[in-house]
Design a binder for this molecule. Structure first.
Ligand code: DGP
Length: 112
C-alpha cells in the first residue's frame, strides 16, 4: 500500500482538508508555499504517466478537486499553481499520483 493510500484511509495522520468519494486532499508535510495541499485519488495510479483512457474522468476530477481546494483555502482570487511531478526527472518522490496545489505567495517561473 502506498503512503498516500494510508493517509487516505486515515491509517497515517495528515490534515485532510477536502474529500470526495474518489479523491482526498491533505496538507503537504513540507510546505513550499503558505498553502500547499496534495490531491490524490483513492484508487492508486502510480503517476499520471500510468493513466490510460479509462482514467480520463478521474484525472479531470482531481483537477476539479484542486480548484475546489484553492477556493476553500482562499487563494482562488490571488492565483495559484497546480503541479504534477512524474518520474525521476519530474522530481516525483511518492509513486501515487498527486496534484500539488500551491499558493498564498507569488510563485516564480520556470521551476528549477
Ligand atoms: P513529489 O515530489 O511530487 O512526489 O511530492 C511528494 C510530496 O509528498 C512532497 O511535497 C512531500 C509530501 N509528503 C511526503 N511524505 C508525506 C507524509 O507522510 N505526509 C504528508 N502530508 N505529505 C508527505
Amino acid at each position: 500500500m502506498t503512503l498516500f493510500e494510508k493517509i487516505a484511509r486515515r491509517e497515517i495522520p495528515a490534515e485532510i482538508v477536502y474529500e470526495t468519494s474518489e479523491a482526498v486532499a491533505f496538507r503537504d508535510i513540507h510546505p513550499q508555499a503558505p498553502v500547499h495541499v496534495l490531491v490524490v485519488p483513492r484508487r492508486v495510479l502510480s503517476g499520471v504517466s500510468a493513466a490510460d483512457a479509462g482514467d480520463a474522468g478521474l484525472l479531470g476530477h482531481l483537477l476539479w478537486v484542486a480548484a475546489e481546494v484553492a477556493r476553500q483555502e482562499g487563494i482562488a482570487g490571488s492565483g495559484y499553481r497546480l503541479v504534477v511531478n512524474d518520474g525521476i526527472h519530474g522530481g516525483q518522490s511518492v509513486d501515487h499520483l498527486h496534484v500539488h496545489v500551491l499558493g498564498g505567495r507569488p510563485l516564480k517561473w520556470p521551476p528549477g
